[in-house]
Design a protein around this ligand. Structure first.
Ligand SMILES: [Fe+2]
Ligand SMILES: [Fe+2]
Length: 378
């Protein structure tokens, strides 16, 4: 990686007030609640797991500073679409294609702002889960690794906040994402926290970042997302390489408890995405509805356009190089760590959620020394 000269932060283009929110401001009230959390001191100060030690070393070597590594002087031109029409699924819907160019640009900016707002809020959730894992995880090497993740997540909150302030549009967190992160934070056990965040939320986020990096026309957003994605690949790897040993050592009843939590987290994520293959109706997200209203699009017409595209095999036409996060990354990893049991398999079957067990794609992307995942170049 080249070392660019230090660049001053572009504070001149950053509005001092919060970016405006077409969904109103009520959602910005702080949300405070209590959780029960176990704390683990560890007095055996030695690294006992080679992959985790390597991952920790890699995390230290890969720290980056958003002030100096990214060019914040890049302006966002609102007259140009933020997402490439050819690469973005939604921009290819007939209802969007029928809009005038300026309306399409407006939709593109608000749709991207809504997605980036989910990245921002999700990163704050990850900041809290990784700090919680640092407290609670009993192994020394895992504790040190979780601390590096906590710093990574602070940086991710920082960069998405700075980018959204340049865009000057912000949207609330999706209810399903808030629900899943709250259930994860409230679960009281580091294994559940790591499954909910490192394996489920971050497993899917990795694909979302990959898509955003491919689709965006903004060089700053492309660079920023590339840096974030490399950190996220390590966070997913942490869950993948560490949890197998700890789940294996659990009492069978506790293992079932973990399997139940895993099922609920996967189901929540699956429902929010329109099922594991995206073919079912997605949960209505009030933030996205606000995007449609802002752009003068009737949500009913929009849903009809989605259904029409689905009937035409829209979801089946994945772009080349596309990684199916459920099928290729998340489910095989959950099976491999032992978070899916014979009993919980029946729950997945009842919900129509397939259990993909083939780890070949996942393994082909993993660094053998660390478990780090190398995503294809955009
Ligand atoms: Fe992150
Ligand atoms: Fe992360």
């Amino acid at each position: 990686m080249s070392q660019p000269a230090e660049r001053p932060a572009d504070t001149a283009s950053v509005p001092s007030a919060s970016p405006s929110s077409p969904a109103g401001d009520a959602w910005k009230e702080p949300h405070i609640y209590d959780t029960q959390m176990s704390i683990a001191w560890q007095f055996e100060y030695f690294m006992s797991q080679e992959k985790l030690e390597n991952l920790y070393r890699k995390a230290k070597e890969s720290q980056w500073n958003a002030d100096t590594e990214l060019d914040w002087s890049i302006e966002i031109d609102p007259s140009k679409p933020l997402l490439d029409d050819q690469l973005s699924g939604l921009m290819r819907l007939s209802i969007i294609k029928r809009l005038s160019q300026s309306q399409r640009n407006e939709f593109s900016a608000h749709f991207a702002a809504q997605m980036l707002s989910q990245f921002l809020h999700g990163e704050q959730g990850a900041l809290m889960t990784s700090a919680a894992v640092t407290h609670a995880v009993p192994d020394y090497d895992a504790k040190l690794y979780a601390a590096t993740q906590t710093m990574d997540e602070a940086r991710h909150v920082e960069v998405y906040d700075r980018y959204i302030k340049k865009l000057a549009i912000t949207y609330p967190i999706s209810p399903w994402l808030k629900e899943l992160i709250d259930a994860t934070l409230s679960s009281g056990h580091y294994i559940k926290i790591m499954i909910g965040m490192n394996m489920v939320v971050e497993g899917l986020a990795l694909a979302a970042f990959h898509n955003m990096r491919r689709q965006t026309t903004c060089p700053l957003l492309r660079d920023l997302t590339g840096y974030v994605m490399r950190d996220e690949a390590r966070h997913v790897a942490f869950g993948n390489v560490y949890l197998h040993k700890v789940i294996e050592q659990l009492h069978p009843d506790d293992r079932e408890d973990i399997a139940q939590f895993t099922f609920e987290a996967v189901k929540g994520m699956s429902d929010s995405q329109g099922g594991p293959d995206g073919s079912k109706p997605r949960k209505v997200d009030p933030g996205f509805v606000a995007v449609l209203h802002h752009c003068g699009i009737d949500p009913k017409d929009f849903m009809a356009s989605i259904r029409e595209a689905g009937a035409a095999g829209f979801n089946a036409k994945l772009p080349p190089g596309h990684i199916h996060s459920f099928k290729d990354l998340m489910m095989p990893a959950l099976v491999r760590v032992g978070a899916i049991t014979d009993r919980s398999r029946e729950l997945y079957a009842k919900e129509g959620i397939p259990i993909w067990e083939d780890t070949s794609v996942l393994e082909s992307m993993e660094d053998g020394a660390t478990g780090d995942i190398v995503m294809p170049e955009a």
